[in-house]
Design a protein around this ligand. Structure first.
Ligand code: MG
Length: 170
């Protein structure tokens, strides 16, 4: 049996990961409206990854006989007007998600729940990558996004992102 607090936090995190997917689809819609289909593609792939994160947590809870409850997914709250806005909101969101993962890790550590700590190790590493990717997008946009030709090239680059299944399997 999982520690009750750890299980509750993981169940809440399932919702947060689905919200992340929803938020990134909101970003993708914004870029589609702007005619930037490469940026839209990048966030559609990101949304698929977030759904994977949620489902990994669902499976982990179920593998450990914990009940999974789906709560309502909140409306994406980011107000978007400039092409840079989703990128900055994305980095801030990933930093927030990192803090949530760390809070669950802390609870698992306190409960001496070594199995959950090991499960979460993948997510700790993943969050490092998510923050780096989000920060890199901001840097590229600052460097190239202010010029129409540069923005076109950047959009072409982001169009090349393809979905890959997560490296963690349960
Ligand atoms: Mg995630």
């Amino acid at each position: 049996m999982l520690n009750e607090k750890v299980a509750a936090l993981l169940n809440t995190q399932v919702n947060k990961e689905f919200y992340s997917a929803y938020l990134y689809l909101h970003f993708a819609n914004f870029y589609t409206e702007q005619g930037l289909s490469g940026f839209a593609n990048w966030y559609q792939v990101q949304a698929q990854e977030e759904r994977d994160h949620a489902m990994l947590m669902v499976q982990y809870l179920q593998n450990n006989d914990a009940k999974v409850t789906f709560e309502a997914i909140a409306k994406p709250d980011a107000a978007l007007s400039e092409n840079m806005d989703p990128l900055k909101a994305g980095l801030a969101h990933e930093q927030y998600v990192t803090s949530l993962i760390h809070t669950i890790y802390e609870a698992a550590y306190e409960a001496k729940d070594f199995r959950t700590m090991q499960f979460l190790d993948w997510f700790v590493k993943e969050q490092g990558e998510e923050e780096t990717n989000a920060a890199d997008l901001i840097k590229k946009m600052e460097l190239f996004g202010t010029d129409a030709k540069g923005l076109y090239m950047l959009d072409q680059e982001l169009a090349g992102r393809v979905y890959a299944a997560p490296s963690l399997t349960l």
